[in-house]
Design a protein around this ligand. Structure first.
Ligand code: ZN
Ligand code: FE
Length: 245
């Protein structure tokens, strides 16, 4: 069977540095939104394209990812899929998500991975057929999420798991943190040419007002300092250093 037509994915900037992702499957006409922290911008972006939002997917409970859930559902009747482990913090979940579950948009099937660390119930949504992964606040371009709830062991394992996806997988992170992350990476690995090159590229892109997300698994393997940690201890040291940077 032929693989389904590619997904169309639109970045909706919100707040200071969030990206809310609108996901459209042209073959079926279905549309989903990932982490609608703000409803107004999401609804306006969908309407401008003539898309009707049928699903809301949350990666974790933080309000900048879920604050618009209720208003999007009220306006569209969309179905809410969100981490089962965070059901006490996310209201009105229709489809609680656990490791091994699938989510669908048209003929695209996404795998639900539990990637604890930033929060304990954080999930990533992996659409292998489309070469796309929604990783929320787990991995960022050249960075990773803060450990608000999970342990270094958990985050290290979550990052290594994402890093083992095919190199051409596009990683849709939820924040534009790349320039700050690149500066820390260059500080932590001052002799690294790949990191220095990417810092220069990212600085120029931001200067020009361009988004640096999505990133790719291959680019992160090459330049994300948190993927270089050879042990949990090294990872924990790097994460602490970044918190203080
Ligand atoms: Zn968060
Ligand atoms: Fe966030």
């Amino acid at each position: 069977m032929a693989s389904p037509a590619p997904l169309e994915i639109v970045a909706i900037p919100a707040f200071a540095d969030n990206y809310l992702w609108l996901v459209h499957d042209p073959a079926s006409g279905e549309t989903a939104v990932v982490d609608p922290g703000d409803a107004g911008s999401v609804l306006a972006a969908a309407e401008a394209r003539g898309w009707r939002i049928g699903q809301v997917w949350n990666t974790h409970w933080h309000p900048d990812h879920t604050g618009g859930n209720a208003a999007v559902v009220a306006a569209t009747g969309a179905m809410l899929s969100a981490p089962a482990a965070e059901a006490t913090r996310i209201a009105n979940i229709d489809a609680p998500l656990k490791e091994g579950d699938t989510i669908r948009i048209g003929e695209h099937v996404g795998q639900v991975w539990e990637v604890p660390g930033h929060t304990l119930g954080h999930v990533a949504l992996i659409f292998a057929d489309a070469g796309v992964a929604f990783v929320g606040d787990t991995m960022f371009a050249m960075g990773c999420g803060r450990l608000f709830e999970g342990s270094p062991e958990q985050m290290h394992a979550s990052l290594q798991r994402l890093a083992a996806l095919p190199g051409d997988t596009a990683l849709y992170c939820a924040h534009e943190y790349t320039l700050a992350n690149a500066r820390f990476a260059a500080h932590a690995f001052p002799a690294d040419a790949a990191i220095a090159d990417r810092l220069a590229t990212v600085a120029a892109m931001r200067e020009a007002g361009q988004a640096t997300v999505p990133t790719s698994v291959a680019l992160e393997r090459a330049t994300n300092p948190f993927l270089r940690a050879a042990s949990v201890e090294q990872f924990a040291q790097l994460r602490t250093a970044k918190d203080r940077f």
